[in-house]
Design a protein around this ligand. Sequence first.
Ligand code: BG6
Length: 486
Amino acid sequence: TASPPTDLVVFGGTGDLAMRKLLPALFLCDRDGGLAPETRIIAASRDGLADADFRDKAAAAVQASPAVLRAGDVDPLTLRRFIERMHHVTVDVGGELAAWKPLGDLLHPDRPRVFYLALPPMLFGRICRDLGAAELVTDDSRVVLEKPLGRDLASARAINEEVGEVFPEHQVFRIDHYLGKETVQNLLALRFANMFLEPIWNSRWIDHVQITAAETVGVGSRRGYYDGSGAMRDMVQNHLLQLLCLIAMEPPASFDREAVRDEKVKVLQALRPLTDGDVAEHTARGQYVGGTVAAQDVPGYADEPGGSGEPSSTETFVALEAGIGNWRWSGVPFYLRTGKRMARHYSEIVVQFRDVPHAIFPGQATAANRLVIRLQPEETIHLHMLAKEPGAGALRLRPAPLELSFADTFAERSPDAYERLLMDVLAGNPTLFMRRDELEAAWRWVDPIIAAWDGTTPEPYAPGSTGPAGAHDLIGRSGRTWHEEE
Ligand code: BG6
């Protein structure tokens, strides 16, 4: 069903995120009947584009989008209808208040307004203040904030304060696009719509959990942003900790926005702090060097465009061991890792169960069960089990996975994360967005780790590898190993 007629204003509307992700996702929402006929998409930027030029640019972006191409042929009439929703308005963010008048004139007086800030976070406070001062914020308005939201707890708080002066919390939508991924939402279904997992989902039965988000790409043209961020702020503080929350949270009483977020924030608050002394032992950070991958020369991080060519202490890889201090998880390590220029592109969660307490098959090694939830590129769930090898001779055990492939099981297309999240914003549903206390709890845990790294140098690792030796040492100290594709 279509969302209510809305004016959706995208700040940074001609930028990279809008062109690559937001407009293609909105196009697919529109194609599938999710946008009311009156809904308009208004790009706000400094570019001074005429509507017609912006529409051409938007049409080209939609047609070139891999997500759109995957979703089938682009019907010209559907594209035209979508493009006619588009407007461009020039706003000099940070300029005089009068600069907001053209936007004010364009906005419909009675329709809900969504202000999507696809811009760097240091502008969030200022834009919200000016939106307020220009009297553009109505009771029916929402603001969407892209990550990274600040660079530490103090800056995140300052932004939240400034935004909060204009938008009450229920009107603030903080995006973590991992929460919009179909397979990530499926974690909730897997855990809370099935009976057999929950009773064994605790430290009695689970040995440890691994969460990996590996990319083969380098930082490419994003060096300017990435230098001030690094993998910890770019991936761990948000995406990986959100996955950890969904794996570790207690069952909420309902699928209500606050009930779900209340349980997630409790996990973040229960994370055992890693401070000075623990950081060296429980974390590893790396930076990729140049090399050859699949017969192609790739630059090291220090030589990526936009850098000085000088050594940099920004990490492009992080591995760490987190612990959750509560009844369910006490003593169960959660190993998190993420990196660029790794051997393979995939994200997965591995739940490693404990070994059987007593082996009854003579001469046959047992292997503990493992649940592998693959989030991307393919969406699968594997339960690794042992079975009897067929044959009349002595009983032999052999690994035999139970496999669930979403693509094979469901005929429906999996929407892109942004499609789902944009539809939720238009419907006013914040369940899959980060609440202020969640975001701040995540920074509170991350800050001391980053502080303890100060003055240290990330360990070099080869492109196309599984990361620096330190990551293998980290998990190896407890006699465990990272799960790599068999
Ligand atoms: C973004 C990070 O939030 O997530 C990027 O800023 C990263 O550095 C991206 O590449 C990964 O997202 P996905 O959906 O491709 O796993």
